[in-house]
Design a protein around this ligand. Structure first.
Ligand code: GUN
Length: 283
């Protein structure tokens, strides 16, 4: 069997098109502020693409590129200023913050006004997701759910296995699959015999950040395989956690890297910024 390759790029373009259409009707255009501390090259690429997405959707955007040595206090002060500015609906502080400078990520996330928290990382928003009554969903897991829906894959009654337990992806992904009535298992670095669990998955989500983690032997024939990771292999080529070609022979659906989950994450950020603008009465 050769899997259907889920086209995240095409779906993301359609999602952004819908957001742009909706934004046109707004009295005031939605605004996004992106904070980048330090000069991590991968983060730099993400931040630049977010600005382009804002242009495509007709949003106002501002970028704050701060030196690594900015410090926690000044970063919190910037968040306070952005919280108070009405033209800014969404605030995204690109993670991770630079190592070795004593940043406290959780304190920064807690400082962002929950109504401007387009990452859905604030504990108030995380709690709302837990009870299933939320304004924002975290962008990557939300993008995965949109992909499943677009391709007619219903998690209800399915065995769903999420490999990875990060606050950004693994944990919220598991919760969203649970909301859709999947039977969910979360695996992580201390899960013994990972393969015995992944082989049970009807829907397998890999979100670890380890090249070649998911091999064909770990996948049930006909499974849906979603690869959230964005790694570079030894040759410097972008790749996920899944050994793509052999797994694609076995799966029913699979996401490529690049061109799978990544573009959907960006599209969901635009959707969340639109939602934030609605919350701020700009519709
Ligand atoms: N770093 C990697 N992914 C993300 C994300 O979705 N949001 C933020 N703020 N930082 C990230």
């Amino acid at each position: 069997m050769a899997a259907v390759i889920i086209d995240g790029k095409a779906l993301a373009a359609r999602c952004k098109g819908q957001v742009a259409q909706e934004a046109k009707r707004f009295r005031t255009r939605p605004g996004l502020a992106v904070i980048l501390v330090g000069n991590d090259p991968a983060s730099r690429v993400y931040v630049t693409s977010k600005r382009k997405d804002c242009e495509e959707c007709g949003f106002y955007s501002e970028e704050f590129a701060l030196p690594a040595e900015t410090g926690q206090k000044a970063l919190l002060e910037l968040v306070d200023v952005l919280n108070a500015r009405p033209e800014i609906d969404g605030i995204l502080c690109q993670l991770p913050l630079p190592k070795g400078y004593d940043y406290d990520e959780q304190e920064v996330l807690l400082r962002i006004d929950p109504s401007k928290d387009v990452d859905a990382f604030h504990p108030a928003n995380v709690g709302k997701i837990m009870i299933g009554n939320y304004d924002f969903l975290p962008c990557t897991p939300a993008g995965v759910m949109e992909m499943l829906e677009e391709y007619g894959i219903d998690p209800a009654g399915k065995r769903c296995v999420v490999v990875g337990r990060s606050n950004i992806v693994g944990k919220p992904q598991a919760m969203l699959l649970l909301h859709k009535h999947g039977t969910v298992t979360i695996c992580h670095s201390r899960t013994p015999d990972l393969a015995s669990i992944t082989r049970q998955a009807d829907i397998l989500v890999a979100a670890v950040g380890k090249v070649g983690l998911i091999t064909a032997e770990m996948v049930k024939p006909g499974a849906v395989v979603i690869d959230v990771a964005m790694n570079r292999n030894e040759a410097g080529k972008l790749c996920g956690d899944v050994d793509f070609a052999p797994v694609a022979e076995k799966a029913s659906y699979i996401t490529p890297v690049p061109g799978g989950v990544g573009p959907m994450t960006r599209a969901m950020l635009m959707k969340n910024t639109l939602t934030a603008a609605k919350l701020h009465g700009k519709e």
